[in-house]
Design a protein around this ligand. Sequence first.
Ligand code: TYM
Length: 332
Amino acid sequence: MESKKIILSGIQATGNLTLGNYLGALNNWTQMQDKYDCYYMIADLHTLTVRRNPEELRKNTLSLIALYIAAGLDPKKNTIFIQSHVPAHSQLSWILNCYTYMGELSRMTQYKDKATKHPDNLNSGLFNYPVLMASDILLYNADLVPVGEDQRQHLEITRDIAERFNSIYGETFKIPKAYVGKDGARIMGLQDPTSKMSKSAENELDKVLLTDTPELIIKKFKKAITDSENKVKYDKENKPGISNLMVIYGVIKNKSMDEIEKEFDGVGYGDFKKTVGEAVVERLIPMQERYNELINEPEKLKAIYQQGDKRAIVKTADLLKEVYRKVGLVVD
Ligand code: TYM
């Protein structure tokens, strides 16, 4: 029997996840769990590039595990673990830093963005962030990495680093591919539909949080910025607001843009916005209910990540050793 392909992905444990994180990542992950051998981690080390409140970070880490499960990931079918509990990630990261050039890291758009936003804390973790991400992926021999569009460049640098290492030392790392969903890969802000929906947006109305109440979700959709044509038609260039709402609706209802145009032919924006808001509520509320149950069972969550940590530690041991040996470290 051919063995299953390997998937690895993760989300930063920063709290306040948005509908973008859900539709661009989590929602796709839940659809992969039967077909693939899946590793889903809580990226806690990556969050340290920005100053965090230690207690909050611990809380966010646990709550992200609860959210993974509430969203539909079955801990029996998937390996769910905490990045910092698997030391091989940091260990490989140091080695790969020595095979990554300053020039390529300085071209990363996410680094350039963050450098502009946090000029007072321009630490080297922010700069080396993609190398840790490459280590996360390469350690598992991942074939596919399900992420939103904004992570594509980080996948490209991961492939470059892996190819460079392989060309020096012979076949070591599998070359992974980004798996970017057909739709939902880039959910835009509701107030500024030309920028992606982001956890850090200052305008609360711009982002839908996975923890928002039904009333708030409906309100945010009602206030979403559209255009003056009052026609539900997909046109990303000229009608970014309505197109974004159509994408959100399409991913949740599994409908194409053509189907949505037909369904809402002659329907005005007010009614369409309300329908999209209701579809989001319908999807998020059961998830919130499961989440609220799980978050009150910290022992259960602990058992889940401890089991995942163990599996991840076993999975990564041989490859790290092979890398150590290849670069000339004494291993036995
Ligand atoms: P993070 O935590 O910023 O985002 C988690 C996932 O959500 C996706 N996403 C979106 N998708 C669609 N529309 C949006 N508006 C939107 N906003 C966010 C992201 O593309 C991502 O898939 N560096 C990663 C975490 C990470 C990782 C990894 C991912 C660490 N190591 C290894 C994959 C493999 C990050 O910061 O994602």
